[in-house]
Each structure stands twice: as C-alpha cells, then as structure tokens.
Design a binder for this molecule. Sequence first.
Ligand code: GLP
Length: 249
Amino acid sequence: MNQIAAAPRVVVLDHAGAVAADVAGRIADRLRARPSAVLGLATGETMRPVHGDLVRRHREEGLSFAGAASFNLDDYVGLPERHPASFRRFMDETLFDHVDIDPARTHLPDGNAADLGREAMDYEAAIAAAGGIDLQLLGIGANGHIAFNEPGSDFASRTRVVGLAASTRAAGQPSFAGSGDVPVLGITMGIASILEARRIVLVATGRGKADAVARAVKGPLDPACPASILRTHPDAVMVCDRAAAAGLS
Ligand code: GLP
C-alpha cells in the first residue's frame, strides 16, 4: 500500500507544556459543546501533562466530566489491575480520581479477562453502544505504533490481543521499576476501531518521537508505520512540540 494520501494537519508548538494546554483545550471544547461526549483516552508519559491540564481546568475553570464516558485504547495482558504499571492505575492516578467523571463510565479493555477474545468483542460492542468515540487521543510509539498496534498491524485490525515489540517493552520498563518485567502481550483497540472515532488528536513530544512523526506525516502510507494511516482520517490532527516535529520541513 503506497498511495498518496492527504497530508495530515500538524500543529507545532514551542514546548511540551504548550502541547498539553492545546490538547486539553481541544478536549475541554468538546466537553463544553457536548457534555455527554465519549472520550477515547490514552496512557503514556506524553499524556501525563495533558491529564494534569485537564485536572487544572476542572479545579479552576469548572470543566466537568460528569456526563462523559471514556474508553482507553489498551492495557497489558495479565497484569493485576492495581499493579503500579497497569494502565487502569495510571488513568485513576493522573485523571479519573481528580475529576468528576463517573468511574462506572470509564472503560479500559480488561487484560485479565478469562476469555480475551470475548473481552475484545465486548469492548467494541460497548463503544458502539455508547454511540462511538467523539474524540480519540493518541500517543505515538518511537516505532510509529498507535495504541499497541505495532508495525505490521493490519489497517483493518479490530480490538484484539497482540504481542508487544521489544522496543515497546523496553520503553515501558521504567514504570515497572522493581516490580517485574513488562508483559509480552497487550490488548488493544485495532487500527480500524481507532479510525472510527469522529475526531482524532495525536500528541507527540520530545526528540525521541521525531522519526516516527516524520514517517507518519511524510513516509509511505504503510502498516510498517501504523500512525501513517491517520492521513486518511477526515478529522485528525497531530499536535507536536518542536522537538517531535524536528523531522518535518
Ligand atoms: C504505549 C501505549 C501507547 C502510547 C505509547 C507512547 O505503548 N500503549 O498508547 O502512545 O506508549 O508512550 P509515551 O507517551 O510514554 O512515549
């Protein structure tokens, strides 16, 4: 697959703090326009300051999540929910515990489900039953992955169990400090599932993401760089700091 696709919209801001403020502002705008918005959320260090800015807006500006629902992209398989590195715990500690979202309406795929194939199907069904995702936040892996859709993932993929790339496991290892190794499997929304979101905001900060961003924006439209598919989405924007945008002319 190598056809020309429309260039994605790229917004380049001076530093990571400006990126977080911009992205949180996009979520706040959506929530104000549609208090019952269905948010697609993401984990990772890139999201920490975004969540921080959302918490600040909740406290200082009255931004409310009371009517909203959320669906996260992914989690590890086989990690206890309260493990320090579980994505549920990250979401609770960086966002959910500090805003007025109804915990019952926050969803992550359950990497401890007895039947993971069934869990994947149920997760897709729950998103559909909620009316689909209004705004999906995405990070990007240094290898171009989105969620846990590693290079080579089919653009038509749906929510499923996947093997994690060695580089993804290495990047995740610091959050496991002293508590074991990064699991070898994850459960993730698929690329086709992600593309069904009505709006997508990819967030990239730091020099370590510059190659992946350049490939996503200017490289071939190819599963070797899963994020390249965002160029085909009618309402996707990449918000980057200068460091992450270093490979764009
Ligand atoms: C993990 C997550 C992705 C995230 C990526 C980048 O692989 N599954 O959703 O985009 O990490 O994380 P970070 O923001 O820490 O670089």
